[in-house]
Ligand binder design. Sequence first.
Ligand code: PRP
Length: 205
Amino acid sequence: MLKIALTKGRVEQKFIPLLEKCGIDCTPLINKKRKLIINLGDKYQFIFIKGPDAITYLNNGVVDLGIVGSDILMEEDSEANELLDLKTGQCQFILASTANYDLNNPKRKVIGTKYPRVARRYFSKKGEDVEIIKIQGSVELAPLIGLADAIVDITETGTTLRENHLVIHDYLDRVSTRLVANPVSLKQKKNEIFNFTDMLAQQIN
Ligand code: PRP
């Protein structure tokens, strides 16, 4: 049986239809309610987790595979091997703030973000030293309330930025959902994992 950490929320919502396209009955996943572990027959066990925890579970060898956004892979120290880009959950890292924010102002900037490492790397590449404040969610609030000058975050539809009158000042990396494997499982369950990967790959455009 393959143990698969599936990121709750948007990733999960796009992944289940992909699994259904592979001819797998996903009713137990759709009707899971608050259950955290769901078996699909005797082949797959899905564990529902938050993105950063998928990496923790993989690094500790307690799950074989993870379905996780590349934003999380860029931020967390992951030992997992990337097997497949599922091309779902497509979004983009951006630098955003209010319209009057001046990107070229030499003053040391304060950046609010859920992704401190991604933000740090971005500003290091520009040769800029910034203060980074880690925020858990609703990052868009930070420049509005005066906690930060700007944010590094992901945007999908742009709705949150628009509705909060924030504008994009720069584009960073693109993000999508990836299938990753714990390297030990990749050796021990090679055939099962490759069959699962091939099955998904055939349904991706
Ligand atoms: C993410 C991201 C933005 C939002 C952008 O947050 O941090 O806030 O989605 O999406 P949009 O461009 O489609 O509006 P998420 O909803 O995952 O959770 P959070 O508010 O708890 O950070």
